[in-house]
Design a protein around this ligand. Sequence first.
Ligand code: FMN
Length: 217
Amino acid sequence: MELQEAINQRHSVREFQDKPVEHEIITKIVQLAQRAPSWVNSQPWQVYCAMGDSLQQIKNAYHEQDKAGNHGQPDLSVMGREEWAPQAQVNMKQWRHEIVHHFASFDEAHEKMTNASDTLYHSPVILYITIPKASPDWSVFDAGLFAENLMLAATDNGLSTIPTYNSVRFPAILHQILQVPEDERFIVGISLGYPTADSINTYQSKRRPVNEVLHFN
Ligand SMILES: Cc1cc2nc3c(=O)[nH]c(=O)nc-3n(C[C@H](O)[C@H](O)[C@H](O)COP(=O)(O)O)c2cc1C
């Protein structure tokens, strides 16, 4: 697959088939992702692969937290929508409006999106990316480069992905089940697998026109 095709084809999938992903493919895409650049080649990332029993335990534990009404406390703080810069708020509102109208009705949108989120998208695999707690902000940037490389490599290997905040809401649960050292923090979880044919997976998000983001001087 051409790089341009992989970039254009990658989009977030929110309902995966109940089909496992081979260890070999996971190893291959993580190895490709490792080619990402990083500050002085520090390569701050670690990847913890949750699948099978460990992922089921995470899903169960998250379900219990949700039932108890707990919202979680991710390692990277979450900012209220109204505090974001105006253009980012406009973009987020537009995305919400469009994805709701992608479905037949508001009720269907609400039901499918809530169910997707509550079940962690029926993901057969979640790759959790961590960096050491002793890191500069630059390492978060590096982890982002690594994550995008990983998602493009997955696309190139016929897999779908979604990066989520949702999957890293309860770091204490993840430390315990995945046996992640306490001196690491969770940046993002990337769900990996094969998509269902459901309409939740066919929405293609839009981007601002390039002349609104590119400034020649
Ligand atoms: C750091 C990060 C966290 C995200 N968390 C969630 C999430 O918790 N739930 C969700 O449905 N989508 C989540 N997304 C997916 C975004 O909504 C999605 O990337 C965006 O709408 C653009 O759509 P696309 O990925 O299909 O191009 C997240 C994306 C990023 C980069």
